[in-house]
Design a protein. Structure first.
Length: 127
């Protein structure tokens, strides 16, 4: 786990919490979360992982040179800022941010988001 810092108060759990055929109660996990920006790897699917994000506030500008990211909002409102536009997602909305695209995510209110990305992406909380 990456511990939060004053500059980047992100809590990241990189361990795969659930194995094949284990039921995952995303709502209960989100409800139990007390951190402002929390990330838990839920499970592995082939060469990718599904991660749960419970967030409120802003992340930093960054890009992933070799990996795409998929974001799907379950609760709240999630914003992805790009260099030339802004994409706002509400519950039931999803979007892929292609590899190499500079972006910054934010949640103006407490939001619950599922992310699908390769296991090589490590959300470190630093630029």
């Amino acid at each position: 786990m990456n511990a939060p810092s004053d500059d980047f108060p992100y809590v990241n759990h990189m361990d795969i919490r659930f194995g094949p055929l284990e039921r995952i109660d995303v709502g209960a996990l989100a409800d139990a979360c007390v951190d402002a920006w929390y990330n838990q790897t839920l499970c592995a699917v082939n060469d990718s992982v599904v991660r749960l994000g419970v967030m409120e506030g802003e992340y930093h500008w960054h890009r992933h040179d070799s990996d795409d990211e998929f974001f799907f909002v379950l609760r709240g409102r999630f914003v992805i800022e790009l260099e030339d536009r802004r994409v706002e997602l509400l519950p039931g909305h999803g979007v892929v941010v292609p590899r190499g695209v500079m972006h910054r995510t934010s949640a103006p209110e407490r939001s619950v988001v599922l992310m699908v990305e390769t296991k090589d992406i490590v959300p470190t909380g630093g630029p």
